[in-house]
Design a protein around this ligand. Structure first.
Ligand code: NDP
Ligand code: MG
Length: 384
């Protein structure tokens, strides 16, 4: 039986690579539903190649255009946020690859879980915003969540087969991004163009900026807490510029297991779709014949304040990670539009965390409200 897959965000960096994995394993997977934000041309092209049952474009103004170009195909076309949330419940789907960017992934991911779908999760923001709620839903609806994020896939791979053993520490590796080793004075003037130029990974814009500010690692600490049920004080972040060791886990006897490979997201994407089994691939291999050095260093939390803020937010819990995420999404967007400088991003996030009232226990509506409030405050602080 082929696994039937819906891709939330098929036109993005992870979505495109997921389709690559599907294309190479046609006997195992079918792309049944493709969901995009606004890139109608790429969605049309994908629909012509993969012939999915349904495509959805979130941007309703593109509906007629997509429909017109797919009129000779059986593929049904829908548009708008409601359809995005609805379509992931479709009976024909086994697994939803959650690969939209940011908070917009939360509601469709919840909808898929409630419909009993397994989730292959790239959209880390879903767990950052509402990790507790998501974990409760996963238990209630008895679904599985497989990580796509390379660090979390690494940890997941390291603990497979170790179910009876306890671990004491997760060691999350970070490449350090384009500004590794920079001092505050050097960061003052960096441009979006420079920040988007990641040395190891080719990714969407938002996560590329997050990598440059180390917020990405902060979000990943929170993601790890919810995926692996570990106290954040037992998560250590190390800078590993070669991006070959994708993360490590230290067991109670002091033994450390690591997962290594070339930086290629197709490996964790494929594993999230086949887990716990592995299938063959022709992805590039890590060559150990060449001289290979692996370096590890401590992150500079005073220069890259976002990582410190993320640790604080998850330690305090409640609505703090949701505030952190919403403020971050707004400042990243503003930085890309050159409305705010690189270093100002952390200051605005910190101010939001301090100004918005703490709430310990939240339901879905509370998260929506906190996200909304934070975005308003962040914009106000940026325009101050
Ligand atoms: P991209 O910006 O490349 O892609 C985002 C995708 O989401 C696009 O297909 C976009 O559509 C779609 N989208 C955005 N908003 C909506 C919406 N409201 N409704 C429906 N679709 C929407 O991002 P990435 O692929 O880089 O990242 C996706 C997620 O995966 C992020 O959470 C990121 O942190 C995570 N991740 C990414 C990695 C990577 O290597 N790229 C690695 C690890 C994690 P369109 O383009 O058509 O507007
Ligand atoms: Mg990652």
């Amino acid at each position: 039986m082929k696994k039937k897959i819906a891709i939330l965000g098929s036109t993005g960096s992870i979505g495109i690579q997921t389709l690559d994995v599907i294309r190479k394993n046609k006997e195992l997977f079918t792309a049944e539903i493709l969901i995009a934000g606004q890139n109608s041309n790429l969605l049309i092209k994908q629909a012509k190649t993969f012939k999915p049952k349904i495509v959805v474009i979130n941007d309703e103004s593109k509906y007629l255009y997509v429909k017109k170009h797919l009129k000779n195909q059986k593929t049904k076309v829908f548009a708008g946020k409601k359809e995005v949330i609805n379509v992931v419940k479709n009976k024909s789907i086994d697994t939803v690859v959650s690969a939209v960017v940011g908070y917009s992934g939360l509601e469709p991911t919840i909808s898929a879980i409630k419909a009993g779908k397994n989730i292959a999760l790239a959209n880390k923001e879903t767990l950052v915003v509402a990790g507790e709620l998501i974990n409760n839903l996963i238990k209630k609806y008895k679904v599985k969540m497989y990580p796509i994020d390379s660090e979390h896939s690494a940890i997941y791979q390291c603990i497979l087969g170790e179910e009876k053993n306890k671990y004491e520490k997760i060691i999350l590796t970070a490449s350090g991004g384009p500004f590794r080793g920079f001092k505050l004075s050097q960061l003052e003037k960096v441009t979006p163009h420079e920040a988007l130029n990641h040395p190891k990974w080719k990714m969407g814009k938002k996560i590329s900026i997050d990598s440059a500010t180390l917020m990405n690692k902060g979000l990943e600490v929170i993601e790890a807490k919810w995926l692996f049920d570990i106290d954040p004080s037992n998560i250590e972040v190390v800078i590993h510029p070669e991006a070959i060791v994708h993360s490590m886990i230290q067991f109670v006897d002091g033994s450390i297991k690591a997962q290594l490979g070339v930086p290629d997201m197709k490996i964790p994407i494929q594993f999230a779709l086949t887990s716990p089994y592995r299938i063959e691939s022709n992805f590039p291999r890590l060559s150990l014949n060449k001289k290979l050095s692996l370096n590890f260093e401590k992150p500079d939390l005073n220069t890259f304040k976002n990582l410190k803020l993320a640790f604080q937010a998850i330690k305090e819990g409640g609505n703090k990670p949701c505030i952190l995420n919403a403020a971050n999404e707004v400042v990243v967007d503003s930085f890309l539009k050159k409305e705010i400088k690189f270093l100002e991003m952390s200051n605005v996030i910190e101010e939001c965390l301090n100004k918005i009232e703490y709430i310990a226990n939240l339901n879905f509506k509370d998260y929506v409200e906190i996200d909304r409030k934070t975005r308003i405050l962040t914009k106000k602080l940026i325009n101050k």
